[in-house]
Ligand binder design. Structure first.
Ligand code: UD1
Length: 418
């Protein structure tokens, strides 16, 4: 197991290349099940979650290859195994994204139930309910969702709660269903839009992606195609905070500024200077971090995937900040670790009350999930002395070469074997 050793106090300066988005590439990969043949994706990040999805598709019978330039080809001509086994799903919940495509294309699927994870219960009841209404017969057997259907049919369905992978799964089920599906209260995340655009390139008829009402007219079949993965907006947000917390100056490219508007506007309130460039953002930290409150919301609101990193910044704020988590019930695992570094954070239900302190001090800390780990790295960059972040495999799930990218802009950070 690796750990990251950070000597805090460097001011970051330079250009950071932003990788393709993890949460965009995973559904794209799952969508290849819908159309037999060779699909090609560019700008694919080398992440542990991408490797897990490659393993899963390979297990199902697809041929997958990721080259050094980030081009991923998936030949889905011979899917013969309609199963997502527990061992893979337990390391990556997004494996559940193969459920919709399998049922739509092959009329059967056996997908392990994800169970709990470090940030809460995270059920998939809404995915299951929508598929049942579409005509699938679903049983839970030995921890697996077992689904069968002759042919899915279109439905009118309103999600009780905004769910990103739920919306993606049901769109992928609906593209080959008989008739039209209307999804209300759908997720509006850019990754949902990217998936819908790709499916349309393959011959699907999806309208309204990016709004909360998505209409899918079922078609007879789809053809493989290719696309470029959008830049990772959470990676952008994380490096914006890295500049802010070290008082540095970074240029982040490529990025799509409208994908990070809510994050940028909060960070500006916190005192960062951020300027939009063509396909890039330029950011300057300031001497004084202003404490501001934040609440997480589905897109276009402030993303839950940026909550921990924003909190790291707020630990050094000038006053008190209230950080409220509204998407997941248990996403504050970074709080005790930040407190070990000298932060003053109290939990009250779904809110963290962050009293800004003058400085953080380096400490050995342990990561519990992907974004929590990122917040500890950010805190370590600003802290006095040495911080050791263990369980780096969490970071490798979702940040491409985080240590290398930070080192290239002046951070003193090393990956070492534990
Ligand atoms: C996706 C993202 C993840 C992000 C999250 C919220 C991917 C691969 N992952 O996760 O990075 O943190 O969106 O933006 O894109 N829920 C139910 N029933 C369901 C489905 C969801 O109650 O059937 C609840 C969840 O417990 C949670 C909320 O809905 O409280 C949102 O979860 P959801 O959007 O589904 O998260 P994911 O799609 O798993």
């Amino acid at each position: 197991m690796d750990k990251l050793v950070i000597e805090g106090g460097s001011v970051l300066e330079g250009i950071v290349h932003i990788s393709g988005a993890k949460n965009a590439v995973l559904p794209l990969m799952a969508s290849t099940i819908l159309a037999p043949g060779v699909h090609r994706f560019e700008n694919v990040p080398r992440l542990r979650d991408v490797m897990t999805m490659m393993k899963l598709l390979n297990f199902m019978g697809a041929q997958v290859h990721l080259d050094d330039r980030g081009t991923l080809s998936i030949d889905s001509s011979e899917i013969t195994n309609f199963e997502a086994p527990y061992d893979l799903v337990k390391t990556m919940r997004a494996s559940v994204l193969v459920l919709g495509p399998l049922v739509a294309r092959y009329g059967r699927a056996r997908v392990s139930l994800p169970g709990g994870c470090a940030i809460g219960a995270r059920p998939i009841d809404l995915h299951i309910r929508a598929l049942e209404l579409m005509g699938a017969k679903i049983n839970i057997e030995h921890g697996y969702v077992v689904a069968t259907v002759e042919k899915l049919r279109g439905i009118d369905f309103a999600f009780d709660q905004v769910t990103v992978t739920g919306t993606e799964n049901i769109i992928m089920a609906a593209v080959l269903a008989e008739g039209t599906t209307i999804l209300e209260n759908a997720a509006r995340e850019p990754e949902v839009v990217a998936l819908a655009e790709y499916l349309n390139t393959m011959g699907a008829r999806i309208h309204g992606a990016g709004s909360n009402k998505i209409v899918v007219e079922g078609v007879g079949n789809l053809k493989p195609a290719g696309c470029r993965v959008i830049p990772d907006r959470i990676e952008v947000g994380t490096y914006l905070v890295a500049a802010g917390i070290t008082g540095g100056h970074l240029i982040l490219e490529p990025c799509i500024p409208v994908h990070v508007e809510s994050v940028v506007s909060k960070l500006k309130l916190a005192g960062l200077k951020i300027q939009e460039r063509k396909n890039a953002l330029e950011v300057w930290g300031s001497d004084r971090i202003i404490s501001v409150d934040v609440k997480t919301w589905p897109f276009p609101g402030f993303p839950t995937d940026m909550q921990a990193q924003f909190m790291a910044l707020m630990t050094l704020g000038s006053g008190v900040s209230v950080v409220t988590e509204q998407i997941f019930e248990n996403r504050f695992m970074h709080v005790p670790e930040l407190n070990r570094m000298g932060a003053k954070i109290k939990l009250e239900g779904r809110s963290a009350i962050v009293q800004g302190v003058k400085e953080l001090t380096g400490a050995p800390v342990m990561a519990t999930d992907l974004r929590a780990s990122a917040s500890l790295v950010l805190a370590g960059l600003a802290a006095k002395g040495r911080t050791e972040v263990s369980r780096v495999y969490h970071l490798d799930r979702g940040y491409e070469a985080l240590d290398k990218k930070l080192e290239a802009v002046g951070a003193r950070i090393k990956r070492v074997k534990e």
